[in-house]
Ligand binder design. Sequence first.
Ligand code: ZN
Length: 132
Amino acid sequence: MANSPLRKLQRQRGNTLANIMISLVIIAILAGGVMYGTGSFGPGKSSRKDGKGTTVLGATKAKAQDTVCQSNLSQIRQIVEVQKTLDEPLPATIAELPSAGSLTNCPIGKEAYQFDSASGAVRCPHPGHEAY
Ligand SMILES: [Zn+2]
């Protein structure tokens, strides 16, 4: 009775279950490594000035928000350049610029952008964004 069809089926089921469990363990280990640590287990140390992004996903999110901030500043500068060609004085705040909309704050720290209405210069006060 050792090679009955029922025994064969049970052995195959056992192998399939073992394969699935091994796959799940491997997936869990890989996902844990990607989502949690930056190197060793646990949150890593951020290399950023603002201390954001201690995990791989967190660092990716912070990097994306850096890009949004750069894009915001670029758009504000373009609006300022257009405004300058109109021979009208620049408004006192960014919010008063036409079509500035929601471009008034840094997406990471929510700090308001600093605007010099005399020169039209715009900068972000968030740590690490000074050069944007
Ligand atoms: Zn910023």
